[in-house]
Design a binder for this molecule. Sequence first.
Ligand code: XBP
Ligand code: MG
Length: 257
Amino acid sequence: MSATTPGRTLRALLFDVDGTLADTEEVHRVSFNDAMRELGLPHAWDEAAYAALLAVPGGKERLAHYAASLPAAEGDRLRSRLPELHARKTELYTRRVARGGCPLRPGIERLLDEAAEAGVLLGIATTTSAPNVTALLEATLGPGGPGRFATVACGDMVAAKKPAPDVYRLALAALGVQAGEAIAFEDSSPGLRASKAAGLFTVVTPTRWTRDQPLDAADVLVPHLGDPGCPLPPPHDVLAAGPFLTLARLATLAGHG
Ligand code: XBP
Ligand code: MG
C-alpha cells in the first residue's frame, strides 16, 4: 500500500470488463461452444477445460492455443475457421448479454455513481472485443451506459494484450491521467500483471474462474466491492472500514490525499 503523497489526487478509475464489471465467462464459454457446434467443429469446452484456457487472455488467442493442442489435421481445420468462428461467437455472446445474461457485480454501479458525483473519470481497459463491452454496458446501465466511460481501451486496439500493460497505458493516455492518479479494478492474474506493469494501484475482485490464480500482487483483494444489500464479510469489512468499499475509502487505501 503506497504512502499518502500530499496533493496527489485520484482522477480516474480504470475497470477491466470480464470478471470485474460482471461475471461473464460462463456466457463466453457457452457462446464459444455454440459457435463451434454451428460451424461443424467437433469441440466443446466444459467448465474445467475453460477455466484452464482462461490462462490465455483473448478469445482468438485462446482458440489458437486450443488448436495447437489438437492433432495436426484437426488443429489446422479449427485454425482455418478461427476468424469466422470468433466472429460468430461474439454475435452469440452479445445476444446473450443483451438479453440480461450478465448483471453487474456488487458495488460496481454504486462506485460508478460515486465517481461521477466526485468528478472522477471512468475508463475501461479490457482484453475483450469492443462489441462485447457495448452490449454489456447497454444491457446493465441502459442506452447511456457506454457514454459514462471517457475511454474504452480493448484488446484489439493494442499490439500486446494482457498481461502486457499496453491496454492500461492506452486508457491512461486517452484520459490524460498518470498511473499514480488512478486506481485499476481487475479479477484475474493476467489482468493484475497488466495493471501492475502499468504502475497502477489495483483492486482485485476474483470470481470462481480466477480465485485460484496467483493474485498476491493485488493492493486490495476482496471477494467483491460490496453494496448495502451485499455487505463485505469479515475481515474485508475491516479493510473497507464499513460494509462496502467506497470511493473515499479506496482513495485513502491508494494513498490519495
Ligand atoms: C477477458 C478475456 C477475454 C474474454 C473473451 O477479458 O480474456 O478474452 O475471455 O472475450 P478482460 P473475447 O480483460 O475483460 O478480463 O473473445 O472478445 O476476447
Ligand atoms: Mg477480467
